[in-house]
Design a protein around this ligand. Structure first.
Ligand SMILES: C[S@@+](CC[C@H](N)C(=O)[O-])C[C@H]1O[C@@H](n2cnc3c(N)ncnc32)[C@H](O)[C@@H]1O
Length: 202
């Protein structure tokens, strides 16, 4: 991995302190992850990346969707999150990569889909990062940006309000994606889930 920016160091510090308890804090999210993975439209044998995979909560449903002949990769910047993924046995569902989504060790067009849960608001340079995700996905491939609760519910959890400049807002995300090689095809932001889907443009 290339040398760390201050932003990346902050992300690592933030998630390192939370890694051991991450799954215990959110024990009931499994069905929501499985439902979101379904929306990616994966088929047997597909190749999919969980970008910012953390403790790998999405890896089992991703593996179930692509089967034994598919490829599941999980990339994360924070070693402690990947270590927690291994302790949870999720390395059996996907290959774990210590990697920055801004510089993935993957060939262009080599994936069918990317799943990113809770990722986008942690990216210091979302345009560059979304472009890198577009680089590794084939034309027609899909992207899911997911969170198990919506923006308002998440802001309330942190004692904040959503603001107009939130890049996950539809009015901001649609043009952001369009400028990075993605066409947004669906957007849901409700208390029980946030899910934006996009297709890789040719
Ligand atoms: C909110 S957590 C979500 C983890 C997991 N996707 C989940 O849903 O449980 C965000 C994760 O993104 C990772 N992350 C943040 N920025 C990243 C980057 N530039 N490249 C790779 N991973 C990153 C963090 O280390 C953290 O594990």
């Amino acid at each position: 991995m290339r040398c760390m920016s201050d932003d990346h160091t902050r992300v690592q510090e933030f998630f390192t302190t939370r890694a051991a308890d991450w799954d215990r804090r959110f024990p009931d999210d499994g069905p929501a992850y499985a439902a979101a993975v379904t929306e990616l439209g994966l088929r047997e044998g597909d190749r999919v990346l969980d970008a910012g995979c953390g403790t790998g909560r999405a890896l089992p449903p991703l593996r179930a969707a692509v089967g034994a002949s598919g490829a599941v990769l999980g990339a994360d910047l924070t070693p402690a999150m990947l270590e927690a993924a291994v302790r949870a046995g999720r390395h059996r569902d996907g290959r774990l990569l210590l990697a920055d989504v801004a510089a993935l060790p993957l060939r262009s067009g080599s994936l069918d889909a990317v799943f990113g849960a809770g990722l986008i608001s942690h990216l210091p340079r979302p345009e560059a990062d979304l472009r890198e995700l577009a680089r590794v996905v084939r034309p027609g491939g899909t992207l899911a940006l997911f969170h198990p609760i919506g923006r308002a519910a998440l802001a309330a959890r942190h004692g904040r309000r959503i603001t107009a400049d939130d890049l996950r807002a539809e009015a901001n995300l649609r043009p952001l994606l369009a400028g990075c090689g993605w066409r947004m095809t669906s957007y849901v932001d409700e208390d029980t889930r946030y899910l934006a889907l996009a297709v890789r443009e040719a």
